[in-house]
Design a protein around this ligand. Structure first.
Ligand code: URP
Ligand code: ZN
Ligand code: ZN
Length: 460
């Protein structure tokens, strides 16, 4: 059935105007004033509301075997949560173990998603090893529609790669025109400090920060930048958390290194005091890199405003407080890392970014949708409102007032890191390729509508 969204305040990354949007099949076919609604058209009145392009979360974990346990969400739960929160496209990190065949890993991750997702999705392919077999698998996976890789300079003995592997992965990416996303922390420093802190009896969640201070992340960024400079590969720093790490990325850009930067909604809104909460509550706030001193938030907001940081993601990594986070009682290194926020990202960014005048509406759309779509070869299919784009649209009600709570969330986790936080707006209608998926906070769509988005590398 065709869909007409009437009289909304359309906001894209570079413009704002009052207009109607007409959608047929999967796509937007017309934009204009006073568009007619032929018989059989579903009409949505967006008067007094914004209409945004569907939001893209470029860093999500759903299938994640990690630190001796498994992340809790499945595509059934995560995709519905994403849509209720306004995110219509997920980019998941596909992270096979070092010992696994990468192609088998990719096929496994794809199987977890295909036919189980309510929203569209694609993957960054984890390059967790580099040898002849891994190289040929990466070439094949790229042919199958993956145009970004993921590497870890952290997690020694798990996903982390050594410098030879790093160099060769970047060279391959450069050859294929693939962009490489990277977790930047010096894994040796992390391991040494963890050992020292535990030996000194500093075992609680707050010690996680002390094991990975800002300089450890800054060294990781500097390290990646050195390799990117020599290979000429395009890179993307995931979950950048602090001023020191940002300074390294900016310095590298000054030398001509091609690097984009992502921060997370958690670093913009939470700080390291949360991880120091008593009675092990701090474990809910353990992620890597760790939450930082609050002064970093102003630096990150300003960098978003100025276009120095390109995207705001979630690094959604859902582990229950009981029993999963409790695996780390008496040893903080065993607390599964992650602060779930897939469902909250957009409402938090709107409330604490746009409403607090830290971002304009256009900047909000750019950092939460359009830039990710452009960086990861999805634009203008995603991240845009124009004829020919997928009709993934978010009608956003700025009059809504509510509170976040684990009781109301759709993700499959037993806590909400933002419990009780106020939000000043929410999606009233969300569409997935022309079909209504969310109405007034409730999922009403098809649980299997989501498609795998094949992408072609564009950075040769
Ligand atoms: O703490 C985090 N970030 N957990 C998920 C794994 C990763 O490093 O992205
Ligand atoms: Zn990471
Ligand atoms: Zn991650």
């Amino acid at each position: 059935m065709p869909l007409l969204i009437r009289n909304g305040d359309l906001v894209t990354a570079d413009a704002r105007r009052r207009a109607d949007i007409y959608c047929e099949g999967d796509t937007i076919t017309r934009i204009g004033r006073d568009l007619a609604a032929p018989p059989g058209t579903e009409v949505i009145d967006a008067t007094g509301q914004y209409v945004f392009p569907g939001f893209v979360d470029p860093h999500v974990h759903i299938t994640l075997p990690f630190m001796g346990t498994m992340a809790k969400d499945t595509y059934e739960t995560a995709s519905v949560a994403a849509l209720v929160g306004g995110t219509t496209t997920l980019i998941e990190m596909c992270c096979p173990a070092r010992t696994e065949d990468p192609l088998g890993g990719f096929e496994h991750w794809l199987r977890q998603a295909e036919g189980r997702s309510a929203c569209d999705f694609t993957f960054h392919m984890g390059a967790t090893r580099f040898d002849a077999a891994a190289e040929s698998a990466l070439r094949e996976i790229t042919r199958r529609g993956i145009s970004s890789y993921k590497i870890f300079l952290a997690y020694k003995g798990a996903f982390g790669i050594d410098d030879t592997e790093l160099y060769r992965t970047l060279k391959l990416a450069k050859e294929l025109g693939v962009i490489v996303t990277a977790h930047c922390e010096n894994e040796t420093l992390v391991a040494e400090r963890q050992r020292e802190l535990l030996a000194a009896g500093d075992t609680g969640p707050g010690a996680h920060y002390r094991s990975r201070p800002p300089v450890v992340e800054a060294e990781g960024v500097h390290h990646l930048m050195t390799f990117a400079e020599l290979t000429g590969a395009h890179t993307y720093i995931v979950h950048l958390s602090c001023a020191e790490a940002l300074a390294e990325a900016v310095a590298a850009r000054g030398r001509g290194v091609r690097v984009a930067v992502e921060t997370l909604i958690q670093y913009l809104t939470l700080d390291k005091r949360y991880a120091e909460r008593p009675k092990f509550e701090g474990a809910k706030y353990v992620m890597s890199p760790p939450l930082r001193a609050a002064r970093n938030q102003a630096v990150l907001w300003q960098a978003l405003r100025r276009g120095v940081i390109q995207t705001v993601a979630t690094d959604h990594a859902p582990f229950d407080f009981q029993p999963q986070k409790h695996m780390g009682v008496g040893d903080f290194t065993k607390i599964p890392n992650g602060i779930p926020s897939l469902e909250e990202r957009i409402n938090l960014l709107y409330t604490y970014g746009v409403k607090r005048r830290k971002l304009t509406l256009e900047q909000f759309v750019a950092v939460a949708s359009t830039h990710a779509a452009k960086l990861f070869d999805l634009y203008p299919r995603k991240g845009a409102i124009r004829p020919g784009s997928d009709a993934d649209l978010v009608v956003y009600d700025p009059r809504y007032r509510g509170k976040l709570s684990a009781k109301k969330q759709h993700i499959n986790v037993d806590y909400n890191a933002f419990e009780g936080w106020k939000v000043e707006g929410r999606p009233s209608v969300v569409t997935v390729r022309g079909q209504v998926a969310v109405r007034d906070g409730a999922f009403v769509g098809s649980p299997t509508r989501g498609q795998f988005l094949r992408r072609t590398p564009s950075r040769a």
